[in-house]
Design a protein around this ligand. Structure first.
Ligand code: PEP
Length: 265
């Protein structure tokens, strides 16, 4: 099944979050046939979870959580806390967290393993900055981030991780839309395995960064792509549902979304 998800980043009040959920519930039939997820800000996780009927199959997640089980970490929330609020997934290692908050690959690795320990699906974000792409270093960069991000996880738990390839140069208002050919080698690497000699199983490999209604279909067509992780273009519920429809259509094609039980790396 194809994955279509969105992080709301630091947007949406509780009222706006509830209105989004109501719009989704009103279009609930569209959600069947894809694995949809929304990652509200922490303040809205519980409200979104409580307002979504259990039979509307949308996963609710967090955009971040700390690796420690608890304690003197002012301003942070633990994996257990976001799970308690209703999250079953947690985004880890987004480039904005690496850039603005100094998150290192080892912080990311701690969070990935803490997420699994708390029963959450880690959404591990990786992607190269523009200057690395300019010198053709993207495959090595992304492989390194994945290797380090999974380094504290027992190999038997890797099948619980969803990886999102999000090149930094493609993300956000300053980002530029990728051509399918630009991301294809990385998606091929991630879906086929980037650790030579080792077989790593993950749940799915998604693409994210300047996805929109126009390019979603062609990006989903890139071999090895199990779904899309979307920011701005999915913040209106109508557009999120339209992206879900596109994902559902792509999921009908041969060979798509097969990695429900783990991608072979
Ligand atoms: C993101 O930041 O993860 C993202 C995919 O953003 P956007 O779609 O807005 O580029």
């Amino acid at each position: 099944m194809i994955w279509i998800g969105t992080s709301w980043k630091m947007t949406k009040t509780l009222a706006e979050a509830r209105a989004f959920v109501d719009g989704l519930v009103a279009r609930r039939n569209a959600v069947d046939g894809v694995r949809a997820f929304v990652l509200p800000p922490h303040t809205a996780i519980a409200a979104v979870r409580e307002r979504l009927p259990a039979d509307v199959g949308v996963i609710v997640g967090a955009q971040n959580a700390h690796w420690a089980a608890g304690g003197a970490y002012t301003g942070e929330v633990s994996m257990r806390m976001v799970a308690d609020a209703g999250a079953t997934m947690v985004e880890i290692g987004h480039s904005e967290r690496r850039d603005h908050f100094g998150e290192t690959d080892d912080d990311v690795a701690r969070k990935v393993s803490a997420a699994v320990a708390a029963g959450l699906t880690p959404l591990l974000c990786v992607g190269e900055p523009e200057e690395v792409r300019a010198v053709g270093g993207e495959l090595e960069w992304v492989a390194g981030q994945v290797r380090l991000g999974l380094s504290r996880l027992a190999p038997r738990d890797r099948h619980r991780v969803v990886v999102a390839y999000e090149p930094v140069w493609a993300i956000g208002d300053a980002g530029r839309e990728p051509r399918p050919g630009e991301i294809a080698p990385v998606m091929a690497l991630l879906s086929a395995g980037c650790v030579p000699g080792e077989r790593i199983e993950v749940a799915a490999v998604l693409y994210g960064g300047s996805v929109n209604l126009r390019n979603a279909e062609s990006l989903l067509d890139v071999p090895g792509t199990d779904g899309l992780f979307v920011g701005r273009a999915a913040w209106r519920v109508e557009d999120f549902v339209e992206l879900i429809r596109i994902g559902s259509g792509a999921g009908q094609s041969e060979g798509k979304g097969r990695r429900d039980v783990g991608a072979a790396w």
